[in-house]
Design a protein around this ligand. Structure first.
Ligand SMILES: C[S@@+](CC[C@H](N)C(=O)[O-])C[C@H]1O[C@@H](n2cnc3c(N)ncnc32)[C@H](O)[C@@H]1O
Length: 242
């Protein structure tokens, strides 16, 4: 008998644990070079990537809902990838892989041009201190490369609960993608698609999201680096008081 679903912050994690004999192996040690989707999954199917996937909540839900699509999740943090792969294995998912790595490295060197159908990035780290701004993932170079690695008319989903990052992305991503901002909770996951979204909603933060479609030709304009002040009003002051 499949067991009951696990949950985080009181929100059930998608799917159920399958009988042990059906478990899969979804953690990947990538040897380097360009990622070979067809060899990895043994088929040619639409391809979905989540960069900074954390514990894989969104991607696992998508892999369960869309068995005809292949999914790849990448995160810098090994322990997050271990949790993601463990959950995907136990859900017997054949159409998902998780790998530890730097999203910037992957987008620039490992994901081939015109190879993705959907690119998702949920709650990229805003980095609050001035001297950390250079660590922000979504730079003009990153967005240009995102435009290159996705197929014509592909979908880009970006989400943030940081107002300054969101404002930056709404402008910068618009150079390469036609942006549609999506108000209200996701119908597929009203309490949150990702771990961070659930936390943000439970703290009463606003969550902004866009579903954007690749432009055939980028807009002819310069975009600035992500040099915004990411602090929520009072954040620095409150930290200083501790
Ligand atoms: C705020 S968390 C959001 C995680 C998940 N997307 C969610 O919404 O729950 C940001 C995630 O990005 C990952 N991350 C930060 N910089 C990264 C990078 N350069 N490459 C890959 N992952 C990165 C972090 O390890 C972390 O898991």
């Amino acid at each position: 008998m499949p067991s009951a679903p696990d949950s985080e912050f009181g929100v059930p994690f998608p799917g159920r644990i399958a009988p042990r004999e059906q478990w899969t192996s979804t953690g990947l040690r990538h040897p380097g070079g360009t990622f070979d989707w067809d060899a990895t999954f043994g088929r040619s199917a639409p391809r979905i990537v989540d960069l900074g996937c954390g514990n894989g909540r969104y991607l696992i839900g998508s892999a369960l809902a869309r068995p005809g699509h292949d999914h790849l999740g990448i995160d810098l943090v090994q322990v997050a990838i271990d949790h993601a792969a463990r959950r995907a294995n136990r859900r017997a998912l054949p159409n998902i892989r998780f790998v530890t790595g730097d999203a910037a490295d992957w987008i620039h060197t490992r994901l081939a041009p015109a190879s993705l159908d959907e690119l998702h990035i949920y709650h990229p780290q805003p980095y609050y201190e001035d001297d950390e701004a250079s660590r922000r993932l979504l730079t003009p170079e990153f967005l240009e490369r995102a435009w290159i690695v996705v197929r014509p008319r592909a979908l880009l989903v970006l989400q943030s609960d940081n107002r300054a990052y969101w404002r930056y992305l709404r402008d910068a991503a618009g150079k390469y993608f036609e942006i549609r901002t999506v108000p209200g909770p996701w119908p597929d996951a009203p309490r949150g698609r990702t771990r961070r979204e659930i936390q943000a909603r439970q703290r009463g933060l606003v969550v902004w999201r866009m579903e954007a479609t690749r432009r055939d030709v980028p807009q002819d304009r310069e975009i600035r680096p992500p040099d915004f002040d990411a602090n929520r009003p009072g954040f620095r002051r409150k930290q200083g008081r501790r």
